[in-house]
Design a protein around this ligand. Structure first.
Ligand SMILES: Nc1nc2c(ncn2[C@@H]2O[C@H](COP(=O)(O)OP(=O)(O)OP(=O)(O)O)[C@@H](O)[C@H]2O)c(=O)[nH]1
Length: 380
């Protein structure tokens, strides 16, 4: 009899286990009831199954492309020799001077009114009073003396070239003596284009296969050092920088020392813009030069002048020249400016040659200055 109870017990347990299993299979998760506002509960966003939730597959690291940074491709700056020719059309504003002069000089009658108009044109182009009078005298003489119908264009070209002075030595002193690198100090008032000029000059030197180092001694304007680093990176030139607001003389000193130790050919030093009437800042500039010279002589001091500022540029030039012994002028923003005559005026004022001209914002829009090429560009 006991075995009968045992069989019945096992059967009951078996049935219960079966019912439990089927119940679990059929049961569904409960939907949330509508809340009291009557807004139905949102449908679940996961599928209504008992199956294990799907797991986002792990993203395999992309082993095909290595994460090592690739070296930036260096730019090949344009050789300086051909630049002024390429940039000729940029002198469009000054070109109006040449065309205006030729138009007047080609008149049948060169009367007093015509000579006055010629003078006005020259003065408006910022050539300056004395050079204007000299040029008009020479033109009057030659066009009268040579008689007949002298070629006004040829005479004007010759006289303009003489005025711009082809005999001036415009060589950039970018080499030092013996172990010392050449040191180019770039100075000028705010916004004339110093930093841009340093960057462009680095490209000219690189195009001439020189080893160059830049010094960001403009510690006053935070962005200047970054700006310079970008210029340097593009042509593989290192930039020595200092802390923001730090001593510019110390940055310049460190850079020239490094240049000397590593055997570079030229160190170009960018300085902060300063107004010529701020005595303290001008003294600081003198100090930068003196401190550099504890390492190596400064071989070139380039004063950057904005051609569009006219007479104001001449006043700046005079004060800077007293403090740092300027050896060359860089005239920037000559593109589109009708003030090309400033070349003559500034050379006369300082007795220092224009060595480079800026003719645009492009990286290679800085050209070595040449008197004849410049006059040819003026005459179109
Ligand atoms: N059109 C034209 N723009 C130029 C030329 N040279 C420089 N510039 C522009 O002039 C502006 C000022 O140039 P920067 O090089 O920053 O001047 P900076 O003298 O270093 O300025 P500070 O550091 O404030 O003294 C920039 O927008 C340059 O792109 C040029 O030859 N032609």
């Amino acid at each position: 009899m006991e075995w009968l109870y045992l069989v019945i017990g096992i059967a009951i347990v078996g049935v219960l286990a079966l019912v439990g299993l089927v119940g679990t299979r059929l049961r569904r998760p409960e939907r949330l009831p509508a809340d009291r506002t009557g807004i139905p509960a949102p449908a679940p966003t996961t599928p209504e199954t008992d199956e294990a939730p799907t797991v986002e597959p792990e993203v395999e690291p992309d082993t095909a492309t290595p994460a090592t940074p690739t070296a930036p491709t260096l730019e090949q700056p344009e050789k300086p020799a051909s630049r002024l020719v390429r940039l000729r059309q940029r002198l469009a504003g000054s070109n109006a001077l040449g065309r205006g002069l030729l138009g007047l000089l080609s008149r049948e009658q060169l009367d007093e009114d015509t000579w006055e108009a010629i003078e006005d044109l020259l003065l408006a182009a910022d050539i300056g009073v004395a050079p204007t009078q000299e040029l008009v005298e020479r033109l009057r003489e030659r066009l009268r003396v040579e008689g007949g119908s002298p070629d006004a264009r040829t005479v004007l070209r010759e006289e303009l070239i003489a005025l711009v002075d082809p005999a001036m030595d415009r060589t950039l002193r970018v080499s030092g003596e013996g172990e010392a690198p050449g040191v180019v100090l770039v100075v000028g008032v705010n916004g004339t284009g110093k930093t841009t000029t340093v960057g462009k000059l680095a490209r000219i030197l690189v195009a001439d296969e020189r080893r160059v180092l830049l010094a960001a001694a403009d510690t006053f304007r935070a962005a200047a050092a970054d700006q310079l680093s970008t210029w340097g990176e593009r042509v593989g030139v290192e930039v020595v920088r200092g802390p923001e607001g730090g001593d510019p003389a110390s940055v310049a000193f460190d850079a020239v020392k490094e240049g000397r130790d590593t055997g570079v050919d030229t160190v170009v030093v960018d300085t902060a813009g300063r107004l010529q009437n701020k005595a303290g800042l001008m003294d600081e500039l003198g100090k930068v030069k003196r401190v550099i010279e504890k390492q190596s002589p400064v071989t070139e001091v380039l004063l950057v002048l904005d051609a569009t500022t006219g007479q104001n540029g001449l006043i700046q030039a005079k004060v800077f020249a007293e403090v740092v012994d300027v050896t060359g002028i860089v005239l920037t923003k000559l593109d589109g400016s009708a003030k090309g005559g400033i070349v003559v005026a500034v050379q006369r004022q300082l007795g220092v040659p224009v060595k480079l001209v800026g003719l645009g914002e492009g990286p290679d829009d800085l050209a070595p200055f040449d008197a004849a090429a410049f006059v040819d560009a003026l005459l179109g």
